[in-house]
Design a protein around this ligand. Structure first.
Ligand code: PEP
Length: 252
């Protein structure tokens, strides 16, 4: 086992109601979660405070996006300062749904990431390839290209990288029920760690958690979790279900 603390994030996306989210919180509060796992859940922004107010403190709460400017005239946005003020300690950034549907570029994602880290937030930073890119053997080039854009913003500063959890999420596996094989996932995770070693530092490569995301469920999580370079999961659909607890407890 590596010394990296296993990390499981739950991305609720644009799902839930007050009632259903309270039920998820209640279920998490009543569950015995593996103490060796860091758990972070990301409800829609409207429900961030509801979740933070009711969820046991062992579990941290993440936004699904944040703006890269101080508080001010930015209608519709939420600032890193407002998140910290509300005890929301993490944010997801660079999710493929925002990169593809909303056109967020590598530069925008990198800028938001740098700003959030400077404001003290942890960032679940997502990367991943399309099916077309995988089928034309571009997976590693795509993912390391996304990482290179992040490095342009962060440099090699170990303190900045310590606030990042990398989530490798092949786009073809998100919400499709098609999970990457353990080998496909491990290969890309190893390539990401190798890239960090070469381009940031061996210490950052060793310390950085690399999560797998894409149709993770309570059935496939155990084998994925055994891979040397898989340090946790970012879970979408299954994070809305009681089975999320089994994913968190995949080592028990
Ligand atoms: C996600 O949204 O980050 C994700 C991995 O979704 P799902 O688990 O539903 O594929």
């Amino acid at each position: 086992m590596s010394s990296r603390k296993f990390f499981v994030g739950g991305n609720f996306k644009m799902n839930g109601t007050i009632k259903s989210i309270k039920a998820i919180v209640e279920n998490l509060n009543q569950s015995n979660l593996d103490q060796n796992v860091e758990v972070v859940v990301a409800p829609p922004s409207l429900y961030l405070l509801l979740v933070r107010d009711h969820l046991k403190p062992q579990i941290e709460v993440a936004a699904q996006n944040v703006y890269d400017q101080p508080d001010g005239a930015f209608t519709g946005e939420i600032s890193a300062h407002q998140l910290s003020d509300s005890n929301i300690t993490w944010t997801i950034l660079g999710h493929s749904e925002r990169r593809t549907l909303l056109g967020e570029s590598d530069a925008v994602v990198s800028s938001k990431t740098k700003y959030s880290i400077n404001q003290g937030l942890g960032v679940i930073w997502c990367c991943g390839e399309t099916l077309e890119q995988r089928e034309s053997n571009q997976t590693v080039a795509v993912v390391t290209g996304q990482l290179a854009a992040l490095k342009e913003a962060l440099g090699t500063d170990a303190a900045a990288w310590s606030k990042i959890v990398v989530a490798y999420e092949p786009i073809w596996a998100i919400g499709t029920g098609k999970v990457a094989t353990t080998e496909q996932a491990q290969d890309v995770h190893a390539a990401i760690r190798g890239w960090l070693k070469e381009n940031v530092s061996p210490a950052v490569a060793e310390a950085t958690r690399i999560l797998y995301g894409g149709s993770v469920n309570d059935k496939n999580c155990k084998d994925l979790a055994k891979q040397a370079d898989i340090d946790g999961f970012l879970v979408g659909g299954a994070s809305l279900k009681p089975a999320f607890v089994d994913i968190v407890n995949c080592h028990l």
